[in-house]
Design a protein around this ligand. Structure first.
Ligand code: PHE
Length: 336
């Protein structure tokens, strides 16, 4: 074999493939356990001493040529894999698109309905002071109605708290803007309540506020009727007398859902009426607190829990689902 080394070196130098399998076969042919280089070393051992120098040089020359070729192949195949990565014509991996959360979907639907009649969306902080969450809303210190909304306090004296409703946004907006005012305040609110299928310590509200000259209770009722017709396709509503410190008179809004409790588990009491929100005429004391003259302006406000509306619209029975974000639940809203 030793006498064929020149031909072998030529074979090595001539090898040009970038095919992985061919390169591997080539490598094994020369450098495998039973490859040419090992055979040559075996043969070299038997060479008589006086010829060893010459034979050794020949074997080394082959070994060097082989090593150099391997190095070349390595860089060649490396650039090949890089160019494969950059091949822009290759089809992409399928990207899984996420879904919008049902809370966001319904919040957007409600906002769109009110936007269509001139309401704008307003925003405010989730961490509030006592003035915007309570006092300005006609809930002075020690007012028993403060207990209506169990509060998470962050600091005491002066109080810093997590807002219990988005009515605080309405105060902030009225402090900065003069009537006419037509705003919606959607957002996250917090109450120190036990978590169950019906209530959670975090939930979402959307509140509305309309202040102008001569705004009446009839305007409130018509606006809500328009809203329930747009959202639920139902316009039969009733306003049941209620109490909120910041509105006078105050009411709960019920929508007539129907009487078929056999097919619709949302109707439990068999009356057909479902409560969807609170509302009322803004109390003159609230207007005074934000320097709006109650003799010149009047207005109405309303507020609803978004989770409750989603549960009604989509027949969901447990409020905790909105915060667990199980993909099996979210994926059901893919088409919306
Ligand atoms: N802020 C009230 C609540 O969270 C809802 C409401 C808003 C009621 C506006 C009347 C008017 O319970």
């Amino acid at each position: 074999m030793l006498e064929n080394i020149a031909a072998m070196i030529e074979e090595v130098n001539k090898f040009t493939s970038t095919n992985k399998d061919e390169i591997e076969t080539f490598r094994l042919k020369f450098n495998g356990k039973k490859g040419i280089l090992n055979d040559l070393f075996e043969e070299f051992k038997k060479v008589p001493n006086e010829n060893k120098k010459d034979a050794g040089q020949k074997v080394n020359a082959l070994k060097q040529a082989f090593q150099q070729k391997l190095d070349e192949l390595k860089t060649a195949t490396k650039t090949e894999t890089i160019s494969v990565k950059e091949d822009l014509t290759r089809p992409g991996f399928p990207l899984e698109l996420g879904t919008r959360h049902p809370i966001s979907l319904v919040k957007n639907r409600i906002s769109d309905i009110f936007k269509s009649i001139g309401f704008a969306v307003a925003d405010g902080p989730e961490i509030e002071d006592d003035w915007h969450n309570f006092t300005a809303l006609n809930l002075p210190e020690y007012h028993p109605a403060r207990d209506m909304q169990d509060t998470f306090f962050i600091e005491k004296d002066p109080d810093v708290l997590l807002r219990t409703h988005t009515s605080s946004v309405q105060i902030r907006y009225m402090e900065e803007n003069k009537p006419p005012i037509r705003i919606l305040a959607p957002g996250r609110v917090f109450r120190n309540e036990a978590i169950s299928s019906r209530s959670h310590c975090i939930f979402h509200q959307i509140e509305g506020l309309y202040i102008d000259k001569n705004v009446s209770y009839a305007d409130l009722k018509q606006t809500l009727q328009f809203f329930t017709k747009e959202l639920f396709g139902k316009s039969k509503i009733r306003l049941r007398p209620s109490y909120f410190p910041f509105t006078e008179p105050s009411a709960e809004v019920d929508v007539y859902w129907g009487l078929n409790s056999e097919t619709d588990y949302r109707i439990t009491k068999g009356t057909g009426w479902l409560e969807i929100m609170g509302c009322g005429m803004v109390d003159p004391a609230v207007l005074q607190n934000v320097n709006i003259n109650p003799d010149e302006f009047s207005g109405f406000a309303f507020g609803m829990g978004i989770e409750r509306i989603v549960m009604l619209l989509h027949q969901m029975g447990d409020i905790r689902m909105f915060f667990e974000n199980d993909k099996r639940m979210l994926e059901q809203f893919k088409s919306l």
